[in-house]
Design a protein around this ligand. Structure first.
Ligand SMILES: NC(=O)c1ccc[n+]([C@@H]2O[C@H](COP(=O)([O-])OP(=O)(O)OC[C@H]3O[C@@H](n4cnc5c(N)ncnc54)[C@H](O)[C@@H]3O)[C@@H](O)[C@H]2O)c1
Length: 343
C-alpha cells in the first residue's frame, strides 16, 4: 500500500542542485544558467567511475535536487537525504534508483525518454557489423604484420542473418528498422510486445537457437536479472554473437566468459557490465573475440545535449512547484500538490 507522504518543502535557503552527470556545462545558459536563474545553487560532483551508496549519500548532503546518471540511489541513500525533492535521471534506465523508496519519501524521479534511443540503436548495429565482419581482429592482425584474406574464420554478413532481439520496445524496434534493409530476418522475444508485420515474436529458447546475432534490449528487472545464463548461452549457435547494450546484470558475465573461452560463441559486443567499469583483471579485457565500449551506447553530441536539457527542465519544474515531463514514479505526483506545467 502506498504510504501517505507529506509534500517536501524546499529548504529555507537557496535550493542546492547536485549534478553527478559528468561534463555538465555550468556556463551554458540553457543548463547551469537556467538553474541559477531559477534561484538554485549548483554543485558539480561528476561520477566518472564506480560510486558506493555511502559516498553518494555523503556528497548529496542537503541537496534539494540531483541530476544523475547511474548513481546507486538505494533506500539508505534516499533516507539519508531528507531535503531531496527530485532525482532527474539523464537517460531512460532507472534500475539504479529504488523507485518505491523514492515514492514513499515524496521524491519525484524523472527520465529523458526519446533522447538517446536512436544512438543506442546505431551503436548496436555498429557492434553487430564490426563483430560479424571481424574488423577488430583484422585490424590487429595487419598491425602485427599479417595479411590473412582467407581461412576458416571468414567473416559473416548481416545479409541473410537472423537477428534475435530480446526486448522489442523503443530501442529494439529502432534496431529492427535499421537491420531490415541489410536483408536480415528479425525475430524478437518480448512478453509484453504485440509485434508488427516486420517481426516474428518467438519464445526465448527459439530466438537463441535461430539467431546469428542476439541483442539484448529489455530493462533490468527482477525477472530479467541473469536472463541469459549458461543454459541460454548453450542454446546459441557456435558462430553466433551476443550484444548487450541494455544492462550488464541481464547477462551472467561468468557464464558468458566461459562460453567465449570454450568457443561456444563467435563473440560478444558489450557496452554494459555487471560492474562498471569492469575490474582491471576482468577476463573480458583479455578475450580476443569481445568488443567493449564504456556504457556510452546512448551518448552522442546530440543525445547528451538533449538529455541534459530535459533533466535540467525537470529539476526547475519540480523546485518551482510544477509537474515535470516524463515522471518515472507517477504515484508520487498526487501526493505532492504540484501544478501541471503550462508548456
Ligand atoms: N547502454 C546505454 O547507454 C543505454 C541507453 C538507453 C537505454 N539503455 C537500456 O536499454 C533498455 C531498453 O530501453 P528502451 O528505451 O527500448 O525501453 P522500452 O521500455 O521502450 O523497451 C523495453 C522492452 O523490454 C520489454 N521487456 C520487459 N520485460 C521483458 C522480459 N522479461 N523479456 C524480454 N523483454 C522484456 C518491454 O516489454 C519493452 O517492450 C533500458 O531499460 C536501459 O536499461 C541503455
Amino acid at each position: 500500500m502506498e504510504r501517505e507522504t507529506a509534500p517536501r518543502q524546499a529548504p529555507a535557503d537557496t535550493p542546492e542542485v547536485v549534478v553527478t552527470w559528468p561534463d555538465y556545462d555550468l556556463d551554458d545558459l540553457e543548463l547551469g544558467g537556467a538553474l541559477q536563474a531559477a534561484g538554485c545553487r549548483v554543485r558539480l560532483e561528476p561520477k566518472r567511475g564506480a560510486r558506493s551508496p555511502a559516498d553518494l549519500a555523503r556528497l548529496l548532503g542537503g541537496a534539494a535536487a540531483a541530476i544523475v546518471s547511474t548513481d546507486p540511489f538505494n533506500r539508505e541513500v534516499i533516507e539519508a537525504v531528507p531535503d531531496l525533492r527530485v532525482i532527474a535521471r539523464v537517460g531512460v534506465g532507472f534500475d539504479s534508483i529504488d523507485i518505491s523508496a523514492a515514492t514513499e519519501a515524496g521524491i519525484v524521479v524523472t527520465i529523458t525518454p526519446g533522447a538517446n534511443e536512436s544512438t543506442v540503436a546505431d551503436h548496436t548495429v555498429a557492434m553487430a557489423l564490426s563483430l560479424l565482419r571481424r574488423l577488430g581482429d583484422q585490424d590487429t592482425a595487419i598491425r602485427a604484420g599479417e595479411w590473412r584474406r582467407t581461412g576458416k574464420d571468414l567473416a559473416g554478413t548481416l545479409s541473410g542473418a537472423t537477428v534475435g532481439l530480446i526486448g522489442y520496445g523503443h530501442i529494439g524496434q529502432l534496431v529492427a528498422e535499421r537491420l531490415r534493409p541489410f536483408g536480415a530476418e528479425i525475430v524478437a522475444y518480448d512478453p509484453h510486445a504485440r509485434g508488427d508485420d516486420d517481426v516474428t515474436l518467438v519464445e526465448l529458447d527459439e530466438l537463441l537457437r535461430r539467431s546469428q546475432v542476439v541483442s539484448v534490449h529489455c530493462p533490468l528487472l527482477p525477472e530479467t536479472r541473469g536472463l541469459i545464463g549458461a543454459e541460454e548461452l548453450a542454446l546459441m549457435q557456435p558462430d553466433a554473437i551476443l550484444l548487450n547494450t541494455a544492462r550488464g546484470e541481464i547477462v551472467d558475465e561468468a557464464a558468458l566468459i566461459s562460453a567465449l573461452r570454450k568457443g561456444e560463441l563467435r563473440g560478444a559486443g558489450l557496452d554494459v557490465f555487471e560492474q562498471e567499469p569492469p575490474a582491471s583483471d576482468s577476463p573480458l579485457r583479455e578475450l580476443p573475440n569481445v568488443l567493449l565500449s564504456p556504457h556510452n551506447a546512448g551518448l552522442s553530441q546530440h543525445s547528451v545535449a538533449e538529455m541534459t536539457r530535459r533533466a535540467t527542465s525537470s529539476v526547475i519544474d519540480v523546485l518551482g512547484g510544477r509537474v515535470p515531463a516524463d515522471v518515472a514514479n507517477e504515484a508520487v505526483i498526487s501526493t505532492l500538490g504540484l501544478e501541471t506545467a503550462s508548456a
